[in-house]
Write a protein that binds this ligand. Structure first.
Ligand SMILES: NC(=O)c1ccc[n+]([C@@H]2O[C@H](COP(=O)([O-])OP(=O)(O)OC[C@H]3O[C@@H](n4cnc5c(N)ncnc54)[C@H](OP(=O)(O)O)[C@@H]3O)[C@@H](O)[C@H]2O)c1
Length: 276
């Protein structure tokens, strides 16, 4: 079943891949991260899916997962009944679920799940925002918290996985960013009609700079892209969002197939490339 579904094809920078590709995705328990994990696994990738909480934990139990290496579908994190997930059979065995809060150093569970194999794609998807407040009531701590998750988190993952990325033929780091992180667009008043927190705008702009800095240092070795996924109908999405996470996941998966050697790039999944 796994081999029947596995896809082998032309991949990256003209090299031909016949083995299953490996992706590491953070924030894989829900939203875009969960949709991407399911989509990639159903189309032949192996996925190390990083979640903060134990699978099936009803109240975000802070106790360690008793079986952190267990192979599970991330849909089970929120929905422990496999009968309710008909796609589960297609992805079971290709998803390794590990606990990783991106605010913490990368732990041994994640490294064990990667197992020294080449990592073709690191998708730094985990992200947080904050309530949109005016200057008078904005808590500076929300900015520090958002930078910890949205900027230092991807940095921690990139550091820990660099040897595994360098071992892949055409490795790619995708930092799931936001169009709201564009300094140019924000300075031009492009989103003046939207209420967005200082924390989100500042941290996503800083995440974009991280993407640029990584691309400069890893030039010719690891491509580094910042990707705006569109306005998604997820927990974080705006009230007027219309794009389901599953559609964004399909689009992002196509991007992971791209052989484009350009780095850095700032892309949108639902429009033209963005301006930093
Ligand atoms: N939704 C949109 O319209 C939109 C637009 C532009 C960009 N984005 C970006 O897209 C990415 C995914 O967002 P989404 O829409 O899927 O939001 P979401 O449904 O709120 O999911 C956020 C994910 O991030 C995880 N996360 C938060 N803090 C974490 C931490 N400290 N360590 C590890 N994981 C953590 C969450 O895990 P838990 O379940 O454990 O909380 C969850 O899986 C984010 O980076 C977001 O900024 C979203």
């Amino acid at each position: 079943m796994i081999h029947a579904l596995a896809r082998a094809g032309t991949y990256g920078l003209g090299q031909r891949m016949t083995q299953t590709r490996l992706a590491v995705i953070t924030g894989a328990g829900r939203g875009l991260g969960a949709a991407l994990t399911t989509h990639l696994a159903a189309t032949g990738w192996e996925v190390v899916a990083c979640v903060r909480f134990a699978a099936g934990a009803p109240d975000r139990d802070p106790e360690p997962d008793p079986d952190p290496g267990l192979v599970r579908d991330p849909g089970l994190v929120r929905n422990p009944d496999p009968d309710l997930d008909p796609g589960l059979d297609r992805v079971r065995g290709r998803v390794r679920l590990v606990r990783q809060d991106v605010r913490a150093p990368v732990g041994p569970d994640l490294l064990a799940a990667v197992g020294g194999r080449p990592v073709d794609a690191l998708v730094n998807n985990a992200g947080i925002g904050a309530p949109a407040r005016p200057l008078e009531t904005t808590d500076p701590q929300t900015v520090l918290d958002a930078v910890d998750v949205n900027v230092a988190g991807p940095l921690r993952l990139a550091q820990a996985l660099l040897p595994s990325l360098l071992a892949a033929p055409a490795p790619l780091i995708v930092n799931v960013s936001s169009r709201l992180g564009s300094l140019s667009a924000q300075a031009a008043g492009g989103f003046a009609d939207r209420r967005t927190s200082y924390a989100y705008r500042i941290s996503k702009a800083a995440q974009n700079m991280l993407t640029i800095a990584l691309a400069a240092e890893l030039s010719g070795r690891v491509r580094c892209w910042a990707v705006h996924p569109g306005a998604l109908t997820t927990a974080m999405g705006a009230a007027d969002a219309t794009t389901p996470a599953s559609l964004a996941a399909e689009r992002l998966a196509r991007l992971l197939d791209s052989p484009d050697p350009a780095s850095p790039r700032y892309l949108s999944l639902d429009g033209p490339d963005l301006i930093w």
